[in-house]
Write a protein that binds this ligand. Structure first.
Ligand code: NAD
Ligand code: AHE
Ligand code: ZN
Length: 371
């Protein structure tokens, strides 16, 4: 499914997917879930958006062939593509640091829509190149990944569920566990109750948070938020509250604000509210949402002077190749239910457009397309 240009419907095309080159892996995509970030790029809001491209980055795949030098996976292995790779080289100060998951090994070529050697593996029927996306491009029956982007997972895990660990669910939980390290009895506010925000709630509940305030402008989201552990739900639409949401949370609902807050909307005004509802002296606010090109955050520096911390997360701080297989194991052990995130399923890659329509419907958390 090719994204030919911003705001255009995807087109179903027969393309050529070249064999993997050195350090690369060609995979058959079994299932792909849509993430809001795919739509953000398709809508032309991503400063790194390039067209024509093949979008998609939340998938479950089977290795079809490997290029020269690939040692960590073989054909038949089940893998989850990871847009945050993990090269694990001792010379990589990022991979060697426990402070981050942001391996930069292939980040620049990934942002330019090409493989690490600067070339592309996708060609249309006229022989013209098609750009890659986030190092994944999983809205295609076959795609080529860098070996360092492949997390090998248990074959016991159905790939149509495993795909969820490729982005949104892992990101929300990891923001709580890794980036903020939420402690038992903490108070938490979550803005935006899509799959990412609901994963934050689930992760916060598992971490032992005692107050979890769920905020959205769509009240239909509140039922699932409560099921997963939200103790309070607030509709932050201006016609539903008589003051800014940060004052509702820090003032009315808590005396000094929450210990931790999370933006899962990508709206820079919401990011500000999330920071400003965090606790005087120690509150931490984590930006997860991805903002449109040109949008910037602001607040009074006084908010930071008085002890609040503004931080952010990519893929929930998980070191991808090490941690994604462990998340899958935790699911298989029954510790980490994720089925509730799949609200829509479709059969056939050509149904990806219908899945995008479903994602826009408001009632969708994750739409999974089985190829
Ligand atoms: P989604 O569209 O399913 O959910 C967003 C939710 O925010 C919706 O429920 C919507 O009603 C709500 N919302 C919108 N405007 C709001 C407002 N003003 N106040 C309160 N709620 C509001 O999206 P998703 O797939 O859950 O992704 C959430 C965000 O996280 C997106 O911006 C996505 O790009 C980003 N993301 C970031 C990472 C990362 O690694 N940092 C990973 C995955 C997704
Ligand atoms: N291309 C955008 C940045 C988009 C962005 O921040 N992406 C998140 C993942 S969203 C997954 O759904 C991320 O992990 N960013 C870290 C990185 O290295 O891209 C822009 O603004 O240029
Ligand atoms: Zn995503």
């Amino acid at each position: 499914m090719v994204a030919r240009g911003p705001k255009q419907p995807l087109t179903e095309e027969e393309i050529t997917v070249d064999p993997p080159k050195e350090g690369e892996v060609r995979v058959k995509v079994i299932a792909n879930a849509l993430c809001h970030t795919d739509i953000y790029t398709l809508d032309g809001l991503d400063p790194e958006g390039l067209f024509p491209c093949i979008l998609g980055h939340e998938a479950g795949c089977i290795v079809e062939s490997v290029g020269p030098g690939v040692t960590s996976v073989v054909p038949g292995d089940h893998v989850i593509p990871c847009y945050t790779p993990q090269c694990s080289q001792t010379s990589c100060i990022f991979c060697m640091s426990p402070k981050t998951n942001l391996c930069p090994e292939i980040r620049s070529t990934q942002g330019q829509g090409v493989m690490p050697d600067g070339t592309k593996r996708f060609h249309d029927k006229d022989g013209k190149d098609i750009y890659h996306f986030m190092g994944c491009s999983t809205m295609s029956e076959y795609t080529v990944l860098a070996e360092i982007s492949c997390a090998k997972v248990s074959k016991e895990m159905p790939l149509e569920k495993a795909c969820l660990f490729g982005c949104g669910v892992s990101t929300g939980m990891g923001a709580v566990w890794n980036t903020c390290k939420v402690e038992p009895f903490s108070s938490v506010a979550v803005f935006g109750l899509g799959a990412v925000g609901l994963a934050v709630i689930q992760g916060a509940k598992m971490a032992g948070a005692s107050k979890i305030i769920a905020v959205d402008i769509n009240e239909d989201k509140f039922e699932m938020a409560k099921k997963l552990g939200a103790t309070d739900c607030v509709n932050s639409s201006p016609d539903k509250i008589d003051k800014p949401i940060q004052k509702v949370i820090a003032g009315d609902m808590t005396p000094w604000g929450v210990d931790y807050s999370f933006d899962c909307t990508g709206n820079v005004n919401v990011m500000r509210a999330a920071l400003e509802c965090s606790h005087r002296g120690w509150g931490e606010s984590c930006v997860i949402g991805v903002a449109a090109s040109g949008h910037e955050i602001s607040t009074r520096p006084f908010q930071l002077v008085t002890g609040r911390v503004w931080k952010g997360t990519a893929f929930g701080g998980f070191k991808s190749r090490r941690d994604v297989p462990l998340l899958v194991e935790r699911h298989l052990n029954g510790e980490l239910p994720i089925d509730h995130f799949i609200t829509h399923t479709f059969e056939g890659v050509e149904k990806t457009g219908d899945a995008i329509d479903a994602l826009h419907s408001g009632g969708c958390l994750r739409a999974v397309v089985k190829y």
